[in-house]
Design a protein around this ligand. Structure first.
Ligand code: DC
Length: 222
């Protein structure tokens, strides 16, 4: 199977890039952040116990995660409940960032991701795909852009018109710091990642640039 890893900063457009490339190439796409988010929703539903190694391990032991795909939509069903509508809330984002660093939880998600990669020609996007999940991926991208540009993009996407550019920028800087400085699976480019800085590129340009790089890389390995 052909596996393409996409990691990168918040607001770098990696999800949209993954979906765009998947459409062109006819590959499946896996949004790994959504799996961590679904697990956070189920953790809350399980009584939201204090976050520590023991409670996370207990939660993970019997947890059942199922993914369903409907066109572009990836549904995340945990312990039989579909959490898809709740994945993107601020509350879920906050809880996800607290539980995602635990190794025992990451191991659970690791198995799901590798299983997917074995079954399909696919693009998997997240934070540690090129470094930890798929070290043998055929192509690895690390997507980034200048932080003001990423904050501006996020501001445009947000429904809440009361939030200022400065607040969005501060939130983004905090998330970057957390992603890059956590002990387990920090966000960083793999040694063989291709860095895509799309500060001065729009989505279409980023997609066609990456498509060209994928073609070249795959042609070389054939
Ligand atoms: O990409 P996202 O914003 O949906 O990610 C949600 C959270 O999950 C964020 O706190 C980072 C974490 N995450 C992770 O630790 N590893 C991944 N492969 C993907 C996401």
């Amino acid at each position: 199977m052909i596996n393409i890893a996409i990691d990168g900063h918040v607001g770098s457009g990696k999800s949209t890039l993954a979906k765009g490339l998947a459409k062109i190439l006819g590959y499946h796409v896996l949004d790994t952040g959504a799996i961590y988010r679904g697990l956070a929703c189920a953790y809350k539903e399980a009584g939201n116990p204090p976050i520590n190694e023991g409670n996370i391990a207990k939660f993970v032991k019997n947890v059942d995660v199922r993914l369903e795909f409907e066109g572009d939509l990836q549904k995340v069903i945990v312990n039989g409940k579909d959490y898809t509508p709740f994945l993107r809330s601020e509350e879920t984002s906050l809880l996800t960032s607290k539980i995602a660093p635990y190794q025992v939880l990451r191991n659970k998600v690791l198995a799901i991701q590798r299983d997917f990669a074995k079954k399909y020609n696919c693009i998997i996007e997240g934070r540690d795909i090129g470094t930890v999940v798929l070290p043998e991926a055929n192509v690895k991208f690390f997507v980034t852009a200048n932080e003001e540009v990423r904050a501006q993009r996020r501001l445009m996407q947000l429904q809440d018109k009361n939030i200022s550019f400065e607040e969005v920028l501060k939130d983004l800087q905090e998330r970057d710091y957390k992603d890059e400085h956590r002990q387990i699976a920090p966000l960083k480019p793999a040694k063989d990642s291709i860095i895509i800085d799309n500060t001065n590129m729009n989505l279409e340009e980023t997609i066609s640039y990456c498509e060209k790089l994928i073609d070249e890389k795959l042609a070389k390995s054939n």
